[in-house]
Each structure stands twice: as C-alpha cells, then as structure tokens.
Design a binder for this molecule. Structure first.
Ligand SMILES: *Cc1c(COP(=O)(O)O)cnc(C)c1O
Length: 464
C-alpha cells in the first residue's frame, strides 16, 4: 500500500479542507439549482456513466472523490430543491433542517438505546410531545421515527395486527399467522401503493383487502361501508396522493371503534393540515384513530428519510416492533429501537427538532397554509387559461386535464422536457391528468407565473 490511509484520515479530521470542500459544493449547488433546468439534461444523465466502473484496486484522494460526486452527481440531480418541481409529492428542504442534519451527521449517533445517544433520545421525546400538540393528538399517542410513510404504515398496521389478534386471544408475535384467526383489511379503492406493500409484508395478503367504494374525489362512500367488526384493520386517508382528499373521519372512525376495529390513517403529507387553523376542518374527527403515518420530508420540508408513525396504543406498537437481546436490554428511558423496525439508524429527530424549533407553531401553520394557497393560485391560473381542474383543491394537489386524453399526454410530455417545471401524470377516474403537487416552501409568485406560462406553451405545442 503506497499511502497510510489511517494517518491520512486523522489529518482529514483535523485540517478542515475536505469538509469545507463538501460544504462549499453543497452551497454552490443550492445557489445554482434554482436557475438550472428542473429536470437534468440528457447529457448530464448520460454522463452518469462514469460511475458504472469496476471497483479499483487502489483508491483516489478524498478531495477527488468529492469532486467526482459534485461534477457528475450534482449535475444530474432532479431539481427538487427549487420552486418548480411538482412531481409525485416531494418536499424541499428547510435550510435550518439541512444544516442541523449536517451537524447531526458529524455526531454519527445511533439512537437504538438511550445509552447509545441520550441526545437523540431526548430530541425524539421532545418531538413526540410537540407533534401531539401541533396535530391535536391525545396524550397517549407515541411516535416512532422511521424512514418514510411506507415504513410508518407498516408499523401502524403491525401494531393493529397485534392488537386485534391479541383481543381474539392470539399472540401473533409468538405464534405467527399460520393458524391465526383471519383478519380483514378494509381500504379505499384509491389507497396509496405502499399500503399494499405493508399488507403483504405483514403476511395478510392482498386478497384479504375489502375495497371501499369512493366518490369522484377519492373519499370513501360512508353509506356503502361493509359491516365492520373486531377483525378489521380499517385504513383511511388524510390526503389522497392524487386529489389530496380527506376521508370523513367523523362518520367512519366512531363506527369502526365501536365495532372493536383498528383504524389507521395514512396522512403522509396531509396529516400536517391539522397544524393549520385554516385547514384543520379537513382533519376533524381524525384524532380518534389508533395509528397514523406521516412524512416530515413532504409537507414539513425536512430532508429525506423522515417518516413518523404515531400510535395511540403504545403497548401494541412496542410489542409489534419487538426487539431484544441480552446485550441490548431496554431501560426506563426512551430506547428508540422499540418504536420502529430498525435497531441501528441515523438520528433522524435532529432534522425534525430543528424545523419545529425554528418555525414554532405559527411557522408550521404558515408553511402548511402556503402550500395550499399556492396550489389554489396555480389551479385558478390554469382554469382561467382554459385548462380543466378535475379535483377539489382542498390542500396541495391539483389535477389538470386538457380537452382530450391525447392532448393531456402530449402537453405533459412538453412540460416534462421544457426544463421550466417538472410534474408527473396519472389516471384519475379513467381520465388522463397532469398531477401538480405543491409541496415545497420555495415556490414563489415568480415560480407560479413561470409555471402558468409553461403550461400555456406546452398546450400550444400539443395542439399544433
Ligand atoms: C408518499 C406517500 C406514501 C409513501 O411515503 P414514503 O415516504 O414515500 O415512504 C404513502 N402514502 C401517501 C398518501 C403518500 O403520499
């Protein structure tokens, strides 16, 4: 070996060049990305080929490692850190959260057990209490900090599976599912795909799902609910991924609870509406559910890897996420591995704590409401320019159609290659739609205007 990497790495820790390089590249990126095409150019994507190389026998200088990432990686990123990315449901990143995360990365803490990181355990406890307050959830609700809503849904349904079977005299943690009483999964027809993932991971199988009919917005038709009993895991939505609609919690949850069912609310981006006085009418009655899944990395604009499971039945969640080992005895303090499927992981709560501390209740409410008002402005602007808005813009989602499916598809292609904006498409009530998700704090009035112009230009091109 030609160089002593251990000595070199000790030097890297003490002279700050490497970290300064990373910070400088990151800051340059943030400044430049606002001007760049929202979707990377074909050339930038093709240049990613440089990463498809065999692992070399010998490494390269650390500075060169960063340079390669920045030169090729940064150039081909999708500009989600700009104000005109409306694809899927993708938040930006609040500067304070991003900066706090960078500091937290220096710490490299593992929150598995309190003893591994009192700092992260304390931040998690604080965030748990703050979330209850912000979302007006009961005092018995606990929080687990997971990768995203996919895993949060899995955790909520795992807790429900444990509780329902336990009520029926069956300990699923011990005995498994092979001879267990059969559970029923009750879900809206327009449920998010990650619910299906969770249902299959939990061994319940897609065949156990009884689909609920929905209205044209995607809300469960309460008058067509099946008979709910104590074997039912009921899944409802606070923010459908296309239309943004909310189920009628007030009508459904009391009925399900009275029957002994478990209710899970998928509120990946929409649960945050509960933090805004103007929008909280959407979530009335929601707080009586048993479990909730949400993302910090969507509406709250934390960096990625910030999902949250909230559960009113602490015992069910902890038993379902069961983790033990003679070297890893839980303490009387918060041992994070008990609240989710992972043992070792990043100290995610740093990002969340920083955002909530910076924004306060008022700031969170303002951020959430801004997503809505921006979506309404875009919808109104498009309507007045001859586009059809096919959903009720109750929160941040806008579904746009042209006069035919063909025109919609063509216009979307032009928009996607324009570089001015990026958004995806979907099929909604058998109609092709363009799907705008306003989920970033960065979308300004100027961005709205550029977006409206881009739509008009794309429709013109499509109509030729
Ligand atoms: C994004 C989303 C999910 C999945 O969340 P991830 O953070 O991507 O795992 C689930 N449900 C809804 C409604 C979503 O918008």
């Amino acid at each position: 070996m030609s160089k002593d990497i251990f000595e070199e790495m000790l030097n890297q820790r003490t002279d700050n060049d490497l970290f300064n390089t990373a910070n400088h590249a990151g800051q340059t990126y943030l400044n430049e990305i606002i001007q760049r095409e929202v979707y990377p150019t074909d050339e930038a994507v093709a240049a990613l080929e440089v990463f498809a190389e065999p692992l070399a026998d010998h490494g390269i200088a650390a500075e060169e490692v960063l340079e390669m990432l920045h030169t090729f990686g940064s150039a081909a990123t999708v500009a989600t850190q700009s104000g005109r990315y409306f694809g899927f449901v993708t938040g930006g990143a609040l500067p304070v959260s991003l900066a706090a995360r960078i500091l937290g990365d220096y710490w490299d803490q593992n929150p598995a057990l309190y003893v591994c990181s009192p700092t992260i355990a304390t931040l998690e406890s604080t965030c748990e209490a703050w979330l209850r307050e912000l979302l007006k959830l009961p005092q018995n609700v606990v929080a687990g900090f997971v990768t995203g809503s996919s895993v949060a849904i899995f955790c909520g349904l795992a807790a429900g599976r444990y509780r329902l079977l336990n009520n029926l005299g069956w300990d699923v943690s011990q005995k498994g599912l092979y001879s267990a009483p059969r559970l029923r999964v009750i879900a809206p027809k327009v449920v998010h795909g990650t619910v299906l993932k969770a249902v299959s991971l939990l061994g319940l199988g897609h065949d156990s799902i009884e689909w609920l009919e929905c209205d044209s917005e995607g809300r469960v038709l309460t008058e067509q609910l099946p008979i709910i009993d104590q074997r039912c895991l009921v899944i409802l939505q606070a923010g459908n991924v296309c239309s943004g609609c909310y189920d009628d919690f007030q009508a459904i949850i009391p009925l399900a609870k009275a029957a002994g069912a478990w209710v899970h609310v998928d509120g990946a981006f929409g649960l945050w509406a509960a933090a805004s006085e103007t929008l909280q009418s959407l979530t009335v009655g929601m707080t009586e559910a048993d479990s909730f899944s949400m993302d910090g990395h969507k509406s709250l604009n934390l960096p990625y890897d910030n999902g949250i499971v909230l559960c009113a039945d602490k015992e069910a969640l902890l038993v379902a996420m069961h983790n033990s080992g003679s070297y890893a005895e839980p303490s009387n303090d918060r041992d994070s591995m008990l609240y989710g499927p992972e043992m070792s992981r990043r100290g995610r709560a740093v990002d969340l704590w920083a955002a909530l501390k910076y924004l306060g209740k008022e700031g969170v409410a303002t951020l959430i409401l801004r997503l809505h008002t921006t979506a309404v402005k875009i919808a109104d602007g498009l309507r007045s320019r001859g586009f059809n808005i096919v959903n009720d813009v109750v929160f941040n989602q806008v579904l746009v159609a042209c006069d035919s499916d063909e025109l919609t598809e063509l216009a979307l292609e032009h928009l996607q290659s324009s570089g001015d904006v990026w958004l995806g498409g979907a099929l909604w009530n058998d109609q092709k739609v363009m799907r705008i998700s306003v989920c970033s704090w960065m979308t300004t009035q100027a961005d709205i205007e550029i977006t409206l112009k881009a739509f008009v230009k794309a429709l013109d091109k499509a109509s030729q």
